[in-house]
Design a protein around this ligand. Structure first.
Ligand code: FEO
Length: 172
């Protein structure tokens, strides 16, 4: 059984993952309206990834005989000045998520719940990847600046991103 403290912390993380999903869906809708279809696609995939993160946590709480409690999702911003601004906001947000995961990991250790700690290890690695992807895109947008052809090419590249469900979900 999960301790009440850990169950509450996992439920808070489920809410944070859904908030992230909602944030990236808002970014996707904003850039779709702006005619930046590639950027919109990238954030739509990011939205799907965050939903998968929430699902992994929900499955895990259920597997441990706990109770998932879905709290309201706070409002998210609705507009961004540019794709670069959105990716900078994304990196800043993901750094906060990394801190949340690290704090959950510390709680699991303090509660001597090593199964939860092991499940969180997947998220620790996932956060390294998420921050790195974001940093690389920020660098690309900075390099391109206002170059129209460069922006067009990068939008095409972001439009190629496809969704693959994390393998951890298919093994549950
Ligand atoms: Fe669920 Fe982007 O971390």
């Amino acid at each position: 059984m999960l301790t009440p403290k850990l169950q509450d912390a996992l439920n808070a993380q489920i809410n944070a993952e859904f908030w992230s999903a909602y944030l990236y869906l808002a970014m996707s809708m904003h850039f779709k309206a702006e005619g930046r279809d590639g950027v919109a696609n990238w954030f739509k995939i990011q939205f799907q990834e965050e939903q998968a993160h929430a699902e992994i946590f929900m499955n895990y709480v259920n597997q441990r005989g706990g109770r998932v409690v879905l709290a309201p999702i706070d409002a998210v911003p609705t507009t961004w000045e540019s794709p670069l601004a959105a990716f900078e906001a994304t990196l800043e947000h993901e750094q906060k998520v990394t801190a949340l995961i690290n704090s959950l990991f510390a709680t699991a250790e303090a509660e001597h719940d090593y199964a939860t700690r092991d499940r969180l290890a997947w998220f620790v690695s996932e956060q390294v990847e998420e921050e790195d992807n974001c940093r690389q895109l920020i660098d690309k947008f900075k390099l391109i600046g206002d170059n129209g052809m460069g922006l067009y090419m990068l939008d095409q590249e972001l439009g190629q991103r496809t969704y693959t469900a994390p393998s951890i979900l298919s093994t549950e």
